[in-house]
Write a protein that binds this ligand. Sequence first.
Ligand SMILES: Cc1cc2nc3c(=O)[nH]c(=O)nc-3n(C[C@H](O)[C@H](O)[C@H](O)COP(=O)(O)OP(=O)(O)OC[C@H]3O[C@@H](n4cnc5c(N)ncnc54)[C@H](O)[C@@H]3O)c2cc1C
Length: 401
Amino acid sequence: MADFGGADAFAEEVRKELAAMYPPELKDPNAKTDYEAVWGGRAFAGSSDPQIVWMKRMAQKGWTAPTWPKEYGGGGLTPAEARVLDRELAAGKYRQPLASFGVWMLGPVLLEYATEEQKKEHLPKIIGGEIRWCQGYSEPGAGSDLAGLQTRCEDKGDHYLINGQKVWTSYANEADWIFCLVRTDTKVKHEGISFILFDMASPGVETRPIKLISGSSPFCETFFTDVKVPKENLVGKLNGGWEIAKRLLMYERQNISSSGFGGGGGALPVEEIAKHYVGVENDKLANGDLRARIAAHKMYDRAFGLTVKRVQDMAKAGEAVGHLASVFKVGAATLNQEKTELVLEALGNRALGWSGDGFSKPEIAATRAWLRAKGNSIEGGTTEVNLNVVAKRVLGLRDHQ
Ligand SMILES: Cc1cc2nc3c(=O)[nH]c(=O)nc-3n(C[C@H](O)[C@H](O)[C@H](O)COP(=O)(O)OP(=O)(O)OC[C@H]3O[C@@H](n4cnc5c(N)ncnc54)[C@H](O)[C@@H]3O)c2cc1C
């Protein structure tokens, strides 16, 4: 893509390819499909649901991981080409083909730290949506202080043996494999951690879903009892997992900020919801105070979105984003919580519904989204902890003595 002519030609080609691949059933924005998002994995194998068909077609072109190398099944696109693809997907209002911890978090660290065999084994299955991954980081005594983790991984000669417990493991009960932080040396803290991959179908793995105040169960307690793991599943060096763990967290925070948290209180823009429930006077939202706060929110949201885009472009062009990911993680959490609050305020007493026929589906969804958003300032590292990272690593401030 050497010049603008090249870019235009590429955009035209992408537009045609996307249109040809998109199942006609999905063109109707109100189309009913089985899944809100396709997370891939063994559970979807053989499904002919149009969303799965769409995911598979995109995967075949490598466009579920557009910039990853072609040799592993990725799209092999340059950062500029990947931006064109993003733009065309947004302009055509295409559904996201694949939601995936593998694409967002694990793949990038495998590309950097894994052996050639590990890359060949795992990357194509991530790109193809064949294997769904979960993240085994947090433990009952190790959340913000992640390096305090205690899940033991012992060298048993021809395999590793894992015993311990993780918690808040998102979708552990639906995932096929886990990327997991384990303790391989008990005498040191950060230098005694390793990064390992294993199959959730291994004997000794048990998951128990945890129910949230929003009514959903997006995560689990995860138990490991004498889980045997092949030695070739260790990524990077033994006891060298902390560096990989931190790198993956950056990708996680980067991804959260660029995709937002989703489900922020309704499909309609907040001002439309407010107009509907609060009313309109002289073409303006009837409540002036709410109008001013929604306007301020929208301006912040727009400025934030543009800043994230700029930094994403920097990242795609190979510039290190590093700890800026923490700035964006905090911003995205704050914005989504603010938005769900505003929606709730606009709904007034219509936000009191939880279930039943007295309230519409969007009203109930908005209330639940507000409750779900409470977790936004915790997941992916709490706001307090991310602000500490910003203070120390971005602003260079010293610890309070
Ligand atoms: C929706 C959701 C999904 C999640 N998914 C996953 C997942 O898939 N895999 C996974 O491994 N984990 C997951 N988590 C767990 C998440 O990473 C942890 O909850 C988070 O890191 C905080 O740890 P904690 O819950 O143990 O809280 P704690 O670390 O105990 O923190 C409690 C409070 O103390 C504050 N605090 C702690 N240390 C400091 C400090 N140094 N300075 C200032 N304040 C501090 C925190 O900000 C917080 O307010 C998920 C969490 C949520 C909410």
